[in-house]
Each structure stands twice: as structure tokens, then as C-alpha cells.
Design a binder for this molecule. Structure first.
Ligand code: NI
Length: 175
């Protein structure tokens, strides 16, 4: 497994429509492993193949639920329900976030690693992540549909939280 370079907004690969996977090759299996590693390394909840420069309909999502990583090959949203408006970011637009309205619930059909058709239901953050990643496969970014301007989300906040956690565990050790 290896980390892949995440392409940033402005890279034309992010605006292209991806092609379906017909049969999963060994190279594509390695791609999927690398995508998972790259997503976790960047603290993301999803990553689509074009974000690492590959124009295939493959994406991975992990919102930290009990299911663990979702590996979606040729995914399609087949049902949506409700609406949610909230913060969304993208590993291809580092340090920024925007307000995006998405369905509250979605049903997704996708092939798994064995190329068997699966159906997944997502609600809240999982629904948002499915929509966001599947949009990437059609060359679309959340920045196109964000309501109002994007805003900065500083990595400093995260670092501060991590620091606090470390500090409190240190306290624990001392007591
Ligand atoms: Ni994204």
C-alpha cells in the first residue's frame, strides 16, 4: 500500500466524467487499498478515484460508523429522502469548507470488491459523503453547489484539540 498524491481543485482531472469499472483488475485493487490509506492519512471521510488522478467510478467512504469502510464501485444513488444543510469540505480543497444542502437519506447501489451488487443506506453524514463522492465521479465538486462563500477551517483548531487531549491524558498519568 502507498499514499497517493491528492489532486487539488483546479486540476482538470477533477472535472472529468469517470468510466465504469467492467472487471476489477489487480491494479484497481491496489488503487482501492491506496485510496483507503490516503483517505485515513488525510483524516478524510471519503475519497474518489479522480482525486488521485484515476478516471474510474470508484470511491471509498468511512464516516467512523460500525460498518467500517464502504468501497463503492460504479455507485448509483437510487433513492433520496429529506434534506440536510450543513458544513462540507473536500480533501481537494484543503483548509476550506462550505455550506451544502444534500438529501438527509440516500440509498446507493454499488459493486463491492467481489463485483457483487450491494445496496447501502446512508443517513446524515454518511448520506452527505455518498453524494459528495459520487459527484466527484461525474467531475463535480461541492464548491459548485455551496451556498454562499467558502470559509476557512484552520487545521490549528484540530491541532489544538489534539493538544488538549494529550494534555488531559498527561494529567491522568500524573494523578
Ligand atoms: Ni471531495
Amino acid at each position: 500500500m502507498a499514499l497517493r498524491e491528492i489532486r487539488l481543485e483546479g486540476d482538470p482531472v477533477l472535472t472529468k466524467e469517470c468510466r465504469n469499472v467492467k472487471e476489477l483488475t489487480e491494479r484497481q485493487k491496489v488503487l482501492i487499498e491506496d485510496m483507503l490509506e490516503t483517505m485515513y492519512d488525510a483524516d478524510g471521510v471519503g475519497l474518489a478515484a479522480p482525486q488521485v488522478g484515476v478516471l474510474r467510478r470508484i470511491c471509498v467512504v468511512d464516516v467512523g460508523d460500525e460498518h467500517g469502510p464502504y468501497i463503492l464501485i460504479n455507485p448509483k444513488i437510487i433513492e433520496t429522502d429529506g434534506e440536510q444543510t450543513g458544513q462540507e469540505g473536500c480533501l481537494s480543497v484543503p483548509g476550506k469548507a462550505g455550506t451544502v444542502t444534500r438529501p438527509m437519506k440516500v440509498k446507493v447501489e454499488a459493486l463491492d470488491l467481489d463485483m457483487n451488487l450491494q445496496t447501502y443506506e446512508g443517513e446524515g453524514l454518511l448520506a452527505r459523503a455518498f453524494c459528495h463522492e459520487i459527484d466527484h465521479l461525474d467531475g463535480h465538486m461541492y464548491t459548485e453547489i455551496a451556498e454562499g462563500p467558502l470559509y476557512e477551517v484552520s487545521a490549528a483548531e484540530d491541532e489544538e484539540e489534539e493538544y488538549e487531549e494529550e494534555a488531559s491524558s498527561e494529567d491522568g498519568d500524573n494523578s
